[in-house]
Design a binder for this molecule. Structure first.
Ligand SMILES: [Fe+2]
Length: 158
């Protein structure tokens, strides 16, 4: 083995050792396991009559009127989970985003310090161009451990 190979081996070995130590430190401070399957797709409630614990804790609950008049403001209240989601340093909601159909219209980024509850209120106006149509309020949230979750609610513009 020449000198160059020895140096390369020492460098890569040291890097691997340093990375391994970081993983061990992270596991010591945040002793939680992550289900990587939840990060493969957008998660939704599969059976509303038999919701799982994860669905109850992560699926956004959207409160909005069933009907709205064009040009008038209406409130959309969003709570993350039927069981309010924790907001601690190891497990928290990173963001909440409201779309009108495919159009993003509001987003809140949360911090992990636990100061805020994962709730939001948006004031929404459906334009005159939507009269006679149904608008979907689509909410996506992201949990640092449990991935992206989505729910929606339709509002008729009459
Ligand atoms: Fe979570």
């Amino acid at each position: 083995m020449n000198r160059r190979m020895v140096l390369k081996t020492a460098l890569y070995g040291g890097a691997a050792l340093a990375f391994g130590n970081r993983v061990a430190a992270a596991k010591e401070h945040f002793p939680v396991s992550v289900n990587e399957g939840l990060f493969q797709n957008i998660n939704r409630i599969k059976d509303p009559a038999h919701m799982t614990g994860l669905e109850k804790k992560h699926s956004p609950v959207i409160r909005a009127p069933e009907k709205a008049k064009p040009g008038e403001v209406f409130d959309v209240d969003i709570v993350i989970g039927e069981i309010l989601h924790p907001m601690g340093p190891a497990h928290w909601i990173e963001y909440l985003q409201l779309n009108l159909g495919n159009e993003p219209c509001g987003r809140i980024d949360f911090r992990s310090h636990g100061y805020l509850k994962p709730k939001a209120r948006f004031s929404v106006v459906a334009g005159n161009d939507l009269k006679g149509k149904t608008v979907s309020l689509v909410v996506q949230i992201k949990c640092n451990l449990h991935g992206i979750w989505e729910n929606y609610r339709n509002v008729e513009v009459v």
